[in-house]
Write a protein that binds this ligand. Structure first.
Ligand code: RAM
Length: 341
């Protein structure tokens, strides 16, 4: 039901996008129409649609908006590219929404569009994948980048016995979040696991088929590969599907960041032993509450600002306008059935 209502909302939003482009109306009240109180209008713009991770974060956003009163929309492209996100940012600015909550496909390429939106009075919250800090009010980070990187490196090291060749299957090449984690994973490997060699990083663009094909290519190119880290829910699920029916199953370790619902069959059939993630529904919920606090003027994104996030309790804005949800959870055969997202 939720899925259908979000789809319907998306169609409405796309129609609005077209009509807003034609009439270039709205937004001339400086965005105050988005207002606070119970008419907060909040638009979620994930990296792309059709990814269960972002379905979950949007569900969390919708739940938060339902709780504090306002209107929620999810819009977004099918491809995870910055160019495809720009028209949606422009439309949100033209509509004069209260806040745009975005997971960015690039740290700088969205900058001009976001600046225009903010000039029109739209509050900008990034979540999941940030832009440069000058282009947004607040970034809702799922966990510290160091913690996310270390969790994945420790998992692969444990799974391959601390030595051998590993590769990374990432998302889009410019994704801010994945690139930050990859840099830190490289540092962590060099510092703590000198016998593990990172032989290649490839990009599946958060597209299932591309990620599947890149997995096959990695295994062909590197016959001594012992492990793959995929710091993307799309990538790890596609790689697991490839491995599960191949001779590499149980021979090449796979870990990274996945949703328990997508990875459950591959834990059950032994393709994967452990992987990590946070709760994307909570991430979206927290991001919507931060948007509401910005719209209401309760926070400006300054370090030390505090706000209430419904069931999640109180949060404080940290350095660089960053709010951290928590630490990642590791999922394995013992606990995966306790989670559903
Ligand atoms: C994919 C996206 C998202 C990332 C997760 C782990 O769904 O790339 O940005 O945070 O994986």
């Amino acid at each position: 039901m939720k899925f259908h209502s979000k789809r319907a909302t998306t169609l409405v939003a796309l129609t609005l996008a077209a009509s807003a482009a034609l009439t270039a109306c709205g937004g001339d009240d400086g965005g105050s129409g988005g207002g606070g109180g119970d008419d907060a209008t909040i638009t979620f713009l994930p990296k792309n649609l059709g990814n269960p991770y972002f379905d979950a974060s949007s569900t969390g956003g919708q739940n938060a908006v339902d709780a504090f009163g306002g209107s929620f929309e999810e819009v977004g492209p099918t491809e995870a590219t910055p160019d495809a996100q720009v028209p949606f940012i422009n439309t949100a600015a033209q509509q004069g929404v209260g806040a745009l909550v975005i997971s960015a496909n690039d740290p700088t390429a969205l900058g001009d569009a976001l600046e225009e939106a903010r000039d029109a009075g739209v509050k900008v919250v990034t979540f999941d994948s940030d832009v440069d800090a000058e282009y947004r009010d607040v970034f809702i980070n799922q966990a510290s980048a160091e913690g996310i990187a270390k969790a994945q490196v420790d998992l692969v090291a444990e799974q391959i016995g601390g030595e051998g060749e590993v590769a990374i299957l990432s998302a889009a090449a410019n994704a801010t979040n994945q690139n930050a984690w990859i840099d830190l994973m490289e540092e962590e490997l060099a510092a703590s696991y000198p016998d593990i060699e990172l032989v290649e990083t490839v990009y599946g663009d958060d597209d299932d088929q591309t990620s599947f094909d890149k997995t096959a290519a990695l295994l062909q190119t590197h016959p001594n590969l012992k492990g793959i880290i995929s710091p993307t829910t799309v990538g790890i699920a596609a790689a697991a599907r490839y491995l599960s029916t191949s001779d590499f199953k149980g021979q090449v370790a796979l870990t990274g960041l996945g949703t328990p619902d997508q990875m459950r069959p591959f834990i059950e059939d032994g393709t994967v032993t452990a992987f990590a993630l946070w709760n994307p529904e909570e991430l979206g919920y927290l991001a919507a509450y931060a948007a509401h606090a910005l719209i209401d003027g309760d926070i400006t994104g300054e370090e030390g600002d505090t706000f209430e996030a419904g069931d999640l309790g109180e949060y404080t804005v940290g350095e660089n306008g960053e709010v951290i949800l928590g630490e990642p959870t590791v999922f394995n055969a013992d606990n995966i059935d306790d989670f559903s997202f």
